[in-house]
Design a protein around this ligand. Sequence first.
Ligand code: 5AD
Ligand code: SF4
Length: 466
Amino acid sequence: MKEPVFVSPAEIAASKAAAKRVKDEVYGLGLTYHIESYGCQMNEHDSEKIAGMMEDMGYTKAEDKSKADFIIFNTCCIREHAEQRVYGNIGALKKRKDENPQLMIGVCGCMMQQKDSGRKLFKRFPFVDIVFGTNELHRFPLLFEEAYHGERTLQVRDMDGEIAEGLPVCRNSTFSTFTNITYGCNNFCSYCIVPYVRGRERSRNSMDIVNEVKGLALAGFKEVTLLGQNVNSYKGDGETTDFPALLRMVHDQVPELKRIRFMTSHPKDLSSGLIDAMAELPRVCKHIHLPVQSGSSRILKLMNRCYTREKYIEEVQQLREKVPEIELTTDIIVGFPGETEADFKETLSLVEQVGYSAAYTFMYSPRKGTVAATMPDQIPDEVKHDRLERLNEVQSRVLRNGNMKYIGTYGEVLVEGCDHRSEPMAYGKLSNFKMVYFPGDDSLVGSMRNVKITGSQNNSLIGELV
Ligand code: 5AD
Ligand code: SF4
């Protein structure tokens, strides 16, 4: 990993000064914003930073999109489907802008960082005021200020990526939240666009992470998820050496925090040090998101994943041995170029063998500029659909069977919300990421509760308070 480049304090100060100028200008106008976020938790967390900067600029969150004075789309380009949705939703705003020219519209995020995408969108949708890529996030108030003064603004820089500390964050939750530990990705899995739009892998300083997590715990957050495309390649600084060391540091220096989660782990970098840390640290959650992508070693090689089916299964066995209560979740792609029925069956058998508590399953979507997009033997859509359906069936069956072992057991959930569709059912996750529904109301949200598991339904467990 390359030495990280930090955005200079002077640049952050310039951005804050711009936010202050906008705030002074909009004072008393009661302007509001709405952020539409697509894609992964990284993007969701970036949107929380955009919200933080909007609040610094004197805007407040709109009650709903139709009332907002500024609408921004934080886009994702991981699959074509995500892109199409954004185009549709931006196009739908043209009429509103015609009726209300004061409305400001922005588009940012991964899709805008793709080669030429930002420029094309800027041209195609002349009613969009502001477009910027992933490398400009910390400069957003400067760009917004220009746009506010009527100057359409486009800013996408092709660069390796920096680390910006000290941005304001307006968090969506008051009890469970995220902290970035790394940005970018160097793995270049052959299907994946992320390394092209999120830049080179870079790690935050451990003390910046610990201080942020400490602040969150003292503010009342119970759970923090440490985020990175591949947390296992976190590279320490003077204080820490690697990800397991960082995990120990956060665990030991923030005793106020009830739960520490992390995601995502790349199987090629899963170390015995991490497994030991998970086993030893009581407040590190007993869950690992370990995307396998395929159960066929041949396809894994074409995907440039740098592990085999056997190595992956060995890791799972080690995890289960040392952390018996662990649950695993995964990502799987079906219909990767060249995937035969036999390869696909290996994926099905791996899913049966591992017993995931959730599998996020996707049809391969060719991304321009990636190696796999030009590979021979692209798989027809009908075959992809068929495989996805069959995979989801197997996973559902495995999950239903896996849920049985929980009946009659006890656990602690962090209550996330309450479902009012019939009788009020509160829901939240166990340490191992299993979702539990139990009779309860909104007053429980944000608290940790002990439950007894009494049954299971669909993908979740059913329980009762004890
Ligand atoms: N097509 C389909 N799925 C993809 N993913 C990443 N790139 C693609 C693609 N081109 C999936 C992987 C990854 C998850 C975040 O998205 O499974 O782990
Ligand atoms: Fe994409 Fe692979 Fe990096 Fe994950 S590890 S972001 S799948 S290139």
